[in-house]
Design a protein around this ligand. Structure first.
Ligand code: SDX
Length: 436
């Protein structure tokens, strides 16, 4: 952080003494006003529910320019990473700050590959769920349960523990998601295969059976890989902020990541991909493209409570660059599968076109986000709708753990403890029950 020559001066109309606040510049993006001494000097808090104007930390990992629709992982544009790298290269970049060279890539891939198995006891934990349990309920449980198996690496303040926990989480999430899926369809769990790449191995654990050889389809593997890369990290979004706040108490990394999984589940966040596909299927059932106008009318009616899921974003006030890449992937996968006439894809593109020409959306700068097209791609790959957010959690685990490790690695970090504006009852006495 670079102190700016410019200071902010806070003055009060009641003659209270003014206060100078330092301003810091980042390498790019908005400057910040440092208010850490505000309460001590003025006895006042700032007030920013939803954190619309609040930077919770400084970070070197991911930069988003919402107006330009730009997303950089450690300075590299998402478009270049999605085209030129695989997911484990992206994981190495997010965790260590640099893309790996060939030797580093081979070593990293080998380490991750040799941590993909989970303790056999995990399947008995899984068997405690109903078969029809939502996969995100299962994943919240499974990830938290991992802290019961790795007492050798739960001291978050130990750099070696932080690193092996990161490798274990990245390596085991595909195994856990595939186990949750197999359990839900009553099929046997498929063990990881060390001769397959990360994403091909995931597809194998998801779709192979003991009865016949399963060869992952290269086009689908590449599409899944792109979905992982596009979802890997995204600055201080709700689930990442949850992981940081949870981890700031010093709890173990598995518990902190489980908190992120729980937060991601919400339909305003990672649950939007499942909600967006359900929305498209419902429009399709009710008449398809011809009924888009009626649906848009409902969305614009505040009392309907209907939102255009997969649209809008707190930061992007332009097209989410990931949505563009996801739409491309959609087209590639559907064409490769001979589904280029897929009615839902056509419906999604028609809906996007109509929304982007409608002033309601244009004036509110509502554009498609990463969740708008990702469901169509996953459905074409054969992923059930209920598993979409679990796939998002699988991909986002590397971002969560990179952000958590960055926070804990900062010697200045403190436990997060926001304050409040209290508007409730002031002190009063308890009356005996016959007097209430
Ligand atoms: C993700 O933060 C991240 O980076 C998240 C994420 C990541 O990678 O981690 O990018 C992943 O969560 C993407 C977002 C997925 N969510 C959805 O697609 C759900 C639908 N979107 C909305 O719920 C909403 O757009 C949010 C939650 C994403 C953003 O909400 P904000 O920033 O709080 O904006 P807002 O709700 O104040 O909306 C501003 C206006 C409001 O209208 P007015 O009160 O001004 O009249 O836009 C309207 C909202 O009603 N609006 C929508 C809308 N989103 C906002 N109207 C219809 N459909 C929508 N989708």
């Amino acid at each position: 952080m670079t102190p700016s020559d410019v200071k902010a001066t806070l003055s009060f109309s009641d003659g209270s003494p003014p206060m100078d606040l330092p301003i810091y510049k980042g390498s790019v993006g908005p400057d910040v006003i440092d208010i850490r001494k505000l309460y001590a000097q003025t006895g006042k808090f700032t007030y920013d529910p939803g954190f619309l104007s609040t930077a919770s930390c400084n970070s070197t990992i991911t930069y988003i320019d919402g107006d330009k629709g730009e997303l950089l992982y450690r300075g590299y544009p998402i478009e270049q990473l999605a085209t030129n790298c695989d997911f484990l290269e992206t994981c190495h970049l997010l965790l260590y700050g640099e893309l790996p060279n060939a030797a580093q890539k081979a070593d990293f891939d080998h380490r991750v590959t040799h941590h993909t198995m989970v303790n056999e006891q995990m399947q008995f934990f899984l068997r405690g769920f109903r078969r029809d349990a939502h996969p995100m309920a299962v994943m919240t449980g499974l990830v938290g349960a991992m802290s019961a198996f790795y007492h050798d690496s739960t001291d978050i303040n130990n750099p070696e523990h932080r690193e092996i926990a990161a490798i274990r989480l990245i390596a085991k999430m595909p195994t856990l998601v595939a186990m949750a899926y197999k359990y839900s369809i009553g099929q046997p769990f498929i063990y990881p295969r060390n001769d397959l790449g990360y994403t091909a191995n995931f597809m194998h654990m998801m779709f192979a059976t003991p009865c016949e050889k399963y060869e992952p389809n290269e086009v689908l593997v590449r599409a899944m890989e792109r979905i992982f890369i596009l979802h890997a990290d995204h600055e201080q979004n709700a689930s990442t902020s949850t992981v940081r706040l949870c981890g700031s108490s010093g709890t173990n990394p598995f518990a902190a990541i489980a908190a992120g999984v729980a937060c991601l589940w919400g339909p305003a966040h990672g649950g939007a991909n499942e909600a967006a596909l359900t929305m498209l299927e419902e429009i399709q059932r009710n008449g398809g493209v011809e009924k888009i106008g009626e649906f848009i009318k409902q969305v614009k009616d505040k009392n309907s409570g209907v939102k255009l899921m997969g649209f809008g974003h707190r930061v992007y006030k332009n097209y989410d660059p990931r949505a563009k890449l996801m739409r491309e992937t959609c087209h590639e996968v559907l064409t490769a599968l001979g589904l280029h006439d897929d009615p839902l894809f056509k419906l999604a593109m028609a809906l996007e076109k109509i929304a982007l020409e409608d002033d309601y959306f244009v004036s509110r700068k509502l554009y498609p986000n990463v969740d708008f097209y990702s469901g169509i791609v996953q459905r074409a790959i054969g992923i059930p709708v209920s598993l979409f957010t679990a796939i998002f959690a699988l991909a986002r685990t590397v971002g969560w753990i990179a952000q958590l490790n960055e926070m804990i690695g900062d010697p200045e970090y403190k436990i997060g403890r926001p304050r409040q504006l209290f508007v409730g009852a002031t002190a009063r006495d308890v009356l005996a029950i016959n007097k209430r």
